[in-house]
Design a protein around this ligand. Structure first.
Ligand SMILES: [Zn+2]
Length: 168
């Protein structure tokens, strides 16, 4: 559905990308996530299709992104807790210009900053799946989609997002 798009200078024929027909939201050739360091457990959980967020067992503070130290009490004893893979759109952006050679044919695409109310309101960045010209509302409910890249070496899984009230 494109009648709600906010850019009137672009016709359907101009749109170079049909994200719905792609295996992945963004094309191959982008850097793979570095699944080590304090983020290792996040990426391992994503492979299991679980969403986890770093939390300090001492002061119970949630934090994101992953760090070696608790920002609140300075403990080094950080762990992860599994959370519901649902959140709300805190902010979003429709990118029309590629910032990487692999993205030259992928614009426009949508990036969202998703707030997780059940994890202290931490915010995660991801892509919003579906029509790249769709209307995105601040506060809209979204659900995580685990995008498996089984053919990568090593394999990894990205955490993407979809609007709860829209089919992919
Ligand atoms: Zn702490």
């Amino acid at each position: 559905m494109r009648q709600h798009r906010d850019d009137v200078n672009r016709s359907d024929q101009d749109c170079p990308s049909e994200h719905s027909g792609r295996r992945y939201y963004l094309p191959a050739g982008l850097p793979a996530p570095a699944a080590d360091g304090p983020a290792a457990e996040f990426w391992a959980a994503a492979r299991r299709h679980e969403l986890v967020v770093q939390r300090c067992p001492r002061c119970r503070t949630w934090q994101w992104g992953p760090e070696h130290i608790c920002h609140h009490c300075h403990s080094f004893d950080l762990t992860y807790e599994r959370v519901s893979p649902r959140g709300t759109v805190y902010s979003w952006e429709r990118s029309w210009y590629s910032v990487h050679p692999a993205l030259q044919q992928a614009v426009p695409y949508l990036t969202v900053l998703v707030e997780l109310p059940q994890a202290g309101g931490v915010r995660m960045v991801g892509n919003l799946l579906g029509d790249p010209l769709q209307m995105v509302g601040i506060g809209a409910e979204v659900e995580a989609v685990f995008e498996d890249h089984h053919d990568a070496d090593p394999p990894f899984t990205l955490v993407q997002w979809r609007m709860l009230d829209q089919p992919l």
